[in-house]
Ligand binder design. Structure first.
Ligand SMILES: [Zn+2]
Ligand SMILES: [Zn+2]
Length: 474
């Protein structure tokens, strides 16, 4: 027995794991299983070449460590058995280590690192054993199934989700014919547990798509590398997610699970789930409004409504700071209660607490209201002296903002315009408000102190122009 690989295919009603023996020439099928099965089989199927007792063996390596032997020597040793591996110290660069692994009748050498965990690429492993297991799976899939992988994303199930659709859609059966030769041996039905798990994730997807309540803002998924426990299937292409760890990526906002390569083609239709989006402050703006099914962040709507209800005549509105501990308190109330937060005058008598909480909300956005991407264009418009031309450029720059950002900016500017209509009482002109809101709504993408300092006057000017011309710009 030389090597083993596990393979799953959701397009077949039976989930199959193929195990390859005898130099990959004969295929055997093992009916349903999972990583437990995989590790059990793997244990017997690859070979640790035990080295001699070597002095100065790094403590995190075991008997697979052969000390400072040459590349040729390693090759010689490994040529005895496919799937065998050893670790050697580099002769050219002592103190660095190489994992030599026999695969496809070739010895492959990987620079091996250890920082508490073992790694040769981006995945990190507790043991060399896990690293080799995962490496063999990856090598196998990449060499033997490259064509299959390339075709995986061509017929995604993503657009027509739902278990029944999946089974009936003839085009989806294409993958079947690309599977290796029909195997010998029995093929039995998928075990109920796996089917159920698969069904749940697909139905969950379908339900999410049916929701029409959400505003139609586009949102990119927030994919993070993820280690799945037990067998998992990609929710984009429906194929098995292979590997021992870090088999794919998971969206931190909506929980979508896909292959890393599929994540590049998934549409920007992330629908965040409140179970994943726990905070209001310092949460991405689009994520927040999609998670709460609102047009704008509730902090913005509620604070502005509260301020306008109390009257806009208050002197130094937005300029005077409220007591910072109470502002922090409002923030906690929003984080905890969302739209149920109590910001009435019974709770916070001083209006400057509410204006302070609104400014803090904008300051804590991970991506500013005027996004980093759009920032340079806005600064450029600030440098234009001709008022007509500046408006024209500003109008174009607004198109660079994500819709939820643009809508929130429009709403805020209309409010600030109303504030300036009480300038006689509150002493807040659009110029003054520009000074207050410039650095709050616009932040330089890179923190070059000199440029940032230079930009401040343009930030003020941009916000002032937005307030004054709010009616024509939006
Ligand atoms: Zn998502
Ligand atoms: Zn996929």
């Amino acid at each position: 027995m030389k090597c083993v690989i596990v393979w799953g295919n959701i397009q077949e009603s039976t989930l199959c794991f193929l195990v390859f023996f005898n130099e990959f020439s004969t295929l055997y099928w093992i009916i349903h299983g999972g990583h437990r099965l995989l590790s059990e089989v793997m244990d017997v199927l690859y070979w640790i070449l035990l080295g001699p007792k070597v002095e100065n063996r790094p403590k995190y390596y075991g008997r697979e460590y052969h000390g400072m032997i040459s590349r040729e020597e390693a090759d010689q040793l490994l040529s005895q058995a496919e799937g065998s591996y050893l670790i050697r110290e580099s002769q050219r660069q002592p103190g660095t280590y190489t994992l030599a692994l026999r695969f496809g009748n070739q010895t492959r050498n990987f620079r091996l690192y250890h920082d508490g965990k073992h790694f040769v690429g981006e995945k990190r492993f507790e043991s060399i054993h896990d690293l080799v297991t995962d490496g063999l799976i990856t090598l196998y899939i990449e060499t033997k199934a490259a064509e299959y992988i390339a075709k995986m994303t061509i017929n995604p199930i993503y657009e027509h989700v739902g278990y029944t659709t999946l089974n009936q859609e003839p085009s989806l059966r294409k993958h079947l014919t690309q599977s290796p030769e029909a195997p010998d041996g029995p093929v039995s039905a998928i075990d109920g547990c796996n089917a159920e798990e698969r069904l749940t994730s697909l139905v969950r997807r379908a339900t999410l798509r049916e929701s029409d309540l959400a505003p139609k803002y586009e949102k990119v998924h927030n994919f993070k590398v993820h280690t799945f426990r037990g067998p998992h299937w990609c929710e984009y292409c429906a194929n098995f997610m292979w590997g021992l760890i870090a088999q794919g990526v998971k969206c931190a906002d909506c929980g979508l699970n896909v292959h890393k390569q599929c994540s590049k083609v998934v549409p920007n239709d992330c629908q965040p789930d409140l179970r994943h989006v726990k905070k209001v402050y310092s949460c991405d703006l689009t994520t927040l409004v999609k998670a709460h099914n609102t047009k704008r962040p509730m902090v913005v709507d509620m604070c502005i409504q509260e301020i306008e209800a109390r009257g806009l005549q208050s002197e130094g509105l937005y300029r005077i700071s409220g007591f910072s501990e109470l502002i922090e308190d409002v923030k906690l109330a929003f984080d905890r209660d969302g739209e149920k937060a109590d910001i009435s005058s019974n709770a916070y008598e001083d209006i400057n607490i509410i204006t302070g909480a609104l400014k803090l909300y904008f300051r804590e956005l991970p991506i500013p209201l005027i996004t980093y991407d759009a920032y340079p264009r806005f600064i450029e418009t600030g440098k234009i002296t001709d008022p007509e031309k500046r408006l024209e450029f500003l109008h174009e720059a607004l198109k660079l903002l994500p819709p939820a950002h643009c809508e929130t900016l429009r709403y805020l500017m209309a409010h600030l315009k109303r504030v300036t209509q009480y300038e006689k009482e509150n002493l807040m002109s659009s110029e003054n408000l520009g000074i207050v809101f410039g650095p709050t709504l616009m932040r330089a993408p890179e923190l070059d102190a000199m440029t940032a300092l230079n930009d401040i006057r343009y930030q003020r000017l941009v916000v002032e122009t937005l307030i004054t011309n709010e009616d024509v710009l939006f």
